[in-house]
Design a protein around this ligand. Structure first.
Ligand code: NI
Length: 166
């Protein structure tokens, strides 16, 4: 028996509901961290992951894709809801206080740090780790995918894991 898994996050979803990792137990989680003002990396990753889920067809229903902000000052639940529903509707956005977001980042070893950039809204950017994590329905870590991994590779891995879980 594996030891019970602690919640890696306690946040608020983009509908304004408080959630923890335990809220999603029983579902496979695909978790990606970023921020909605991200111009290149997040749109590319969220687009790729959305395409992977699309390619899985009905099997994708077993997976809950989560997008956790590293920029809670700008990414309120409302901002995330608008962004995701407009562009990446499969994803549920999670936000929280700066402390809650820091705890979630630590749990997933995500690095993100504010960088001044006058071209950005409010004058800053948030360079961040671009790794997606796959978490099993019981909370166990299953896999992670670095930014450069092809959609096809992720799709095959997810397909295999979903087949094993079925
Ligand atoms: Ni990003």
């Amino acid at each position: 028996m594996n030891a019970p898994i602690e919640n890696r996050f306690a946040l608020v979803d983009h509908h304004g509901r408080p959630v923890t990792e335990a809220t999603y137990r029983g579902r496979m989680l695909l978790i990606y961290f970023g921020f909605t003002h991200c111009r290149v990396v997040c749109p590319r990753s969220l687009g790729k992951l959305s395409a992977v889920l699309e390619a899985l067809g009905p099997a994708a229903a077993a997976i809950t894709p989560l997008y956790i902000t590293v920029d809670p000052a700008r990414d309120t639940p409302e901002v995330m809801k608008t962004y995701l529903e407009t562009s990446f509707p499969r994803f549920t956005g999670l936000s929280g206080s700066a402390e809650e977001i820091d705890a979630a980042k630590r749990a997933f070893r995500i690095f993100a740090q504010r960088k001044e950039n006058p071209k950005d809204p409010e004058g800053y950017d948030m360079p961040h780790t671009a790794i997606s994590y796959l978490i099993a329905p019981d909370g166990q870590y299953l896999a992670h995918f670095i930014d450069g991994v092809e959609a096809q590779v992720i799709a095959e891995k997810l397909g295999t894991l979903l087949g094993q879980a079925a």
